[in-house]
Design a binder for this molecule. Structure first.
Ligand code: GAL
Length: 846
């Protein structure tokens, strides 16, 4: 009997081992690539940071990533979110890392887990919880025992959690790679010898955790063996790893750039992004990650600083709201297909690179059975015709053509076959008489936040305190308050000539109240200098200074010590006599945070809300509350904060982040059409100059109920909340595309068997598809085969246009969700000989 039971157990164990063996993957690397179960892989990866969206959004974001041709989802791990207080962990909701990784696995994608735990990421304090700063004797990111102990503890915690859930590829899970530290090489020199030993320690600590998959360190040329040093940047084709046994990997290809309050909106043309990616695979790269593929939002007070905006859209292929950004997403999807068509050749060998002329380069991956080639024109001005293998190819400036069979072009980075799809914010009427279901309760109520000290935990201290050391970032707000007795000192009281208050702060916002009235304010990333003429009265006077942080620094050597707040000097000067008093050294009263924060006004539950009319508006420091019904439908929702000043907003108690529509982008540096040709930089292509940096703020659908939602604002500056409006973000109804006779045919006409007959892919095709599955093409607003000009929304006829253009496109497309029109004289006739012609179409879907 016992024997039988044992036999059963043994059999079960064997079955279990077989199952594990069948699913566990062995991940290693060699000179060419990551090697999964003995096979080198060409991998395309994209960053999605799980707390920048909601668990309800994750499946769709991951599916859209997969459809876009990604193999890997990359994310950082956000320590400050997971351990907001020491030893109190949070892995729930937006911080449910396990769920996120499992969802990626479910979609059949791999995961690159960048544990850091320093992550930068435009995240508050670079991802470090602020309590870490108060650990006795700690020095961040260097060879310091208290720091190393904490870093090891958290890293171990994450690795153990992943192991427990069997999420490493070695256990059958999706994680094929982990990262330790982040871009330390960029700042290491500031830490001297201790920095060098810290990096060695980081590597061996990580290795000791025994994940069973490789580790990488980004921007770390001296990464110790066997850590893979990887590249971050707008281009990484020139990068080489620090050992010939390591593959060439790119962990951050910036798909755009982040937005700051006060800045215009950066964008990166997809032709340049695709060029950078193609150049990387052309020159031997085998793993590339878009930072970001979906950027999302900095909810709550998670944005880094100083002055990082709440939106973290990043001009990524999937926009902040989770909608496809077209043609960016589509053009990259085509690029990924073209690269994958070359996979067998790419993994087999190193490229043979030859020059085809000045700025012209061919890379050939050739084995006995297969051949793939990349042809590049890295010149920024002129298109070129090159001869390759006896055939001639036209290469637009700053472009790469991909030839999966060394003969036919499957893709050129400058020639888009993906249509532009408009997205629009549709305003939702919120007035009860607007007839919409999205009614903002006509009633606003309010609570005035006291000016100056109002909490019992206020305390006295001589001199000016640095803000982060004082608040521990429990709140954005710190009151510096002073009571002054003016007697006999008429020089500060003279009528007609005011006293002048001079305040200096290292950021980011200061409001100065004199005797309860706002007298002046200012903001800056690093240095605020206020000179405010003020009126004092005989006897008691109060000077209440409210200092506000807008995201703690996240980058640079010793960023953790940058500090914030009113550091002085603070002086009071008599305009008349010139005599001055140094206030900095006086006895100040401090209050961390606002009263309403402590009493929980954010939820809207308090009984203190006042609904008397008229509603006080344009007053500083006031809490507002209203209720509203959700806009109908399932489209993403945004609140337009135009009309308000600056503050924090909550929907049903969930913080949607800091709003600041009065922060205006500088009025220079914008270009209407940014030339994608030539090296991209973060400032090269920006829009929205002279306008608010951010007026629209995402409210995730899952935070809304159909009706009875509570919106609470803490308004600092003064504004009119009744001007707030709601909008839904919709995939628009218009589709635009221009395809020329010199475009490669759609990459989808290729199959992975590149030996397939070439007949099917000799002619370019213009393909349109309504993004909404229930829509069909209802009208063709513009169609011209010839030399059309302009861009989407402003197409015009050139000197030549086939008279059949409109009727042919209408016939092929109207009434259908998708249609294909061959771009050739065979179809349209010959409107003008000797010119390369294009077909431009603008269509409407509904
Ligand atoms: C990199 C950093 C990322 C992010 C990026 C800019 O230097 O590694 O975390 O901050 O810059 O978006």
């Amino acid at each position: 009997m016992v024997k039988g039971k044992r036999k059963m157990e043994m059999m079960l164990l064997l079955i279990l081992q077989i199952v594990v063996a069948a699913t566990a993957a062995n991940v290693t690397y060699d000179h060419r690539a990551l090697v999964i179960d003995g096979k080198r892989k060409i991998l395309i990866s994209g960053s999605i940071h799980y707390p920048r969206s909601t668990p309800e959004m994750w499946p769709d974001l991951i599916q859209k990533s997969k459809d876009g041709g990604l193999d890997v989802i990359e994310t950082y791990v956000f320590w400050s979110g997971h351990e907001p207080e020491k030893n109190k962990y949070n892995f729930e909701g937006r911080y449910d890392l396990v769920k996120f990784v499992k969802l990626a696995a479910k979609a059949g994608l791999y995961v690159h887990l960048r544990i850091g735990p320093y992550v930068c990421a435009e995240w508050n304090y670079g991802g470090f919880p602020v309590w870490l700063h108060f650990v006795p004797g700690i020095k961040f990111r260097t060879d310091n025992e208290p720091f190393k102990a904490e870093m090891q503890r958290f890293t171990t915690k994450i690795v153990d959690l992943m192991k427990q859930e069997k999420l490493y590829a070695s256990q059958g899970g999706p994680i094929i790679l982990s990262q330790i530290e982040n871009e330390y090489g960029n700042i290491a020199s500031a830490y001297g010898a201790a920095g060098k030993s810290y990096i060695k320690w980081s590597a061996s600590m990580a290795l000791s955790l025994d994940t069973g998959v490789p580790w990488n360190m980004c921007q770390q040329a001296d990464a110790p063996e066997p850590m893979i040093n990887t590249c971050n940047g707008f281009y990484c084709d020139q990068f080489t790893p620090n050992s010939n046994n390591k593959p060439k990997m790119w962990t951050e290809n910036w798909s755009g750039w982040f937005l700051g309050f006060g800045d215009p909106s950066p964008y990166r043309p997809v032709e340049d992004l695709a060029f950078a990616v193609a150049r990387f695979y052309q020159r031997g790269g085998t793993f590339q990650n878009y930072y970001m593929y979906h950027g999302g939002s900095n909810f709550d007070r998670t944005s880094g600083g100083p002055l990082i905006s709440t939106s973290y859209d990043y001009d990524a292929p999937i926009d902040e709201y989770g909608l496809l950004r077209q043609p960016k997403w589509g053009h990259l999807r085509d690029l990924h297909k073209a690269i994958k068509l070359c996979e067998d050749s790419l993994i087999a060998t190193d490229p043979t690179i030859t020059s085809l002329g000045s700025n012209l380069e061919a890379a050939v991956y050739k084995t006995s059975g297969s051949c793939a080639a990349f042809l590049a024109n890295v010149g920024t001005k002129s298109d070129a015709t090159v001869v390759f293998n006896g055939q001639s190819y036209v290469l637009p400036a700053w472009s790469v053509s991909i030839l999966p069979d060394c003969k036919n072009v499957a893709f050129n980075t400058a020639k888009k076959n993906a249509a532009t799809e408009s997205t629009t914010f549709a305003p939702q009427s919120l007035k009860p008489d607007g007839g919409s279901s999205a009614e903002l309760g006509s009633q606003w109520s309010y609570i005035k936040e006291p000016i100056g000290i109002s909490k019992t935990d206020a305390f006295l201290k001589p001199g000016l305190l640095e803000q982060i050391n004082t608040t521990a970032d429990k709140s954005d707000y710190l009151w510096y308050s002073l009571r002054m007795d003016i007697k006999g000192d008429e020089t500060f009281l003279d009528e007609g000539s005011k006293a002048v208050l001079h305040i200096e702060s290292i950021g980011q916002v200061v409001y100065a109240f004199i005797n309860g009235k706002l007298a002046g304010s200012g903001h800056d990333k690093q240095k605020i200098s206020l000179v405010i003429p003020i009126n004092l009265v005989p006897g008691k006077n109060t000077i209440d200074l409210l200092s506000v942080t807008v995201g703690l620094a996240n980058y640079g050597p010793f960023f953790d010590l940058v500090g914030a707040g009113i550091t002085g000097p603070v002086t009071l000067k008599s305009a008349k006599s010139g005599s001055s008093i140094d206030l900095a050294t006086q006895q100040w009263t401090y209050q961390v945070g606002l009263k309403g924060e402590d009493t929980g006004l954010a939820t809207g539950d308090s009984s203190e809300w006042v609904s008397k009319s008229p509603l006080p508006t344009k007053q500083p420091l006031i809490w507002y509350k209203t209720t509203f019904n959700a806009p109908s439908g399932s489209e993403p929702v945004a609140i337009d904060f135009t009309g308000t000043g600056k503050g924090i907003a909550w929907v049903n108690g969930q913080s949607i982040g800091r709003y600041w529509p009065t922060s205006i982008a500088a009025n220079n540096g914008c270009t209407d059409s940014c030339d994608y040709r030539g090296s991209y930089t973060a400032k090269k292509c920006v829009k929205n100059c002279g306008k608010p940096s951010q007026t629209l703020y995402h409210v995730p659908r899952s935070w809304l109920n159909p009706s009875g939602n509570t919106l609470v604002l803490l308004e600092e500056m003064g504004g009119d909340p009744t001007q707030i409006s709601f909008a839904t973000k919709q995939t628009g109804s218009s589709l635009c595309l221009t395809v020329s006779q010199s475009h490669p045919p759609p990459v989808d006409t290729w199959t992975s068997d590149s030996k397939i007959s070439n007949k099917h892919r000799t002619r370019p095709v213009l393909s349109l598809k309504c993004p909404v599955s229930t829509h069909v093409i209802t009208s063709i607003k513009f169609a011209s085969f010839g030399t059309p000009k302009g861009t989407c929304g402003s197409f015009t006829y050139g000197h030549c246009s086939s008279s059949r253009s409109l009727s042919l496109v209408q016939k092929a497309c109207i009434g259908l969700r998708s249609c294909n029109v061959e771009v050739s004289t065979r179809v349209f006739g010959e409107p003008c000989r000797g010119v390369v012609k294009s077909l431009a179409v603008e269509a409407s879907c509904s």
